[in-house]
Ligand binder design. Sequence first.
Ligand SMILES: NC(=O)c1ccc[n+]([C@@H]2O[C@H](COP(=O)([O-])OP(=O)(O)OC[C@H]3O[C@@H](n4cnc5c(N)ncnc54)[C@H](OP(=O)(O)O)[C@@H]3O)[C@@H](O)[C@H]2O)c1
Length: 267
Amino acid sequence: MASSSSNIDLSGPSFCVVTGASQGIGRAIAVEISKHLGPQSLMLLLARKKQELAVTASLCESDKVKVLYNSVDLSTASEKEMNQILKQAIGGHEAIDFSNCLIFHNVGSLGNLAVETSRMENIEEFRQYYDLNVFKVISLNTQFLKIFEEIEDRIIIVNITSLCAIKPMGGMAYYCSGKAAREMYFRVLAEEKKQIKILNYSPGPVETAMIDNVLEEAVNENLKDVFQSFKSQGTLIKPEITAKKCMKVLLSGKFAPGEHVDIFDVE
Ligand SMILES: NC(=O)c1ccc[n+]([C@@H]2O[C@H](COP(=O)([O-])OP(=O)(O)OC[C@H]3O[C@@H](n4cnc5c(N)ncnc54)[C@H](OP(=O)(O)O)[C@@H]3O)[C@@H](O)[C@H]2O)c1
């Protein structure tokens, strides 16, 4: 991890978006960041399951933080819809009213774990996977950047990435390639926009529905064994723990632009 750079100060009013906030890591991140936001902050939680978003919102809401949520399918939402959702949440405020504008791109899915990498013929399915995990993440990020362009130096972006973005994992070609593409987009953006703080945070193996889905759906025996041993040895990390570590890295400011920081890099 890079050592030079200063702490991030969130004591002023912030606007903060968390995608995939209805459960798992996204919920934990929303709850954790809400504790650090200053008075008159506004949070916007996005995912499909409205009732679960409401639960997350109730966990984040405080005297200092107002929480809005929107049920949206981020794999199909148009750029116009995304822009409207963001603008509606900002409401009567101006972009310059906020001391910080944060977005956590946490939304993610596993892709088809039942297809061997040497037999990937369903390109439409693969494209749909990329829609949610890569293309629409970029679309939402672009709308966010456009809305806050006059205060670009106050923008903070966290992409929830994975070890799979930098290390191949047999049986996970959709997931690994999607995570790699998404991470590289944020790294290129960080290269161009030095005034924006961009972190690629890798949360480690976390106890969420995603892990259960791997065990249910994977055909690759090694992949199954790896995840089964995470479960049986009790080495899975609680969402709250990784969310705290993510915030520790973020608030310390000790990361290079677009750096991939893994939970195991954090003390
Ligand atoms: N768990 C791990 O071990 C692990 C490890 C490394 C990285 N990660 C990454 O961490 C992130 C969160 O993973 P997780 O384990 O917390 O997974 P999860 O429990 O499956 O949560 C995924 C979140 O994404 C939302 N989502 C999925 N499809 C969506 C869609 N079409 N439109 C809008 N929202 C959608 C889900 O909400 P709705 O169903 O309500 O839409 C949910 O809130 C992902 O990017 C994942 O790749 C996880």
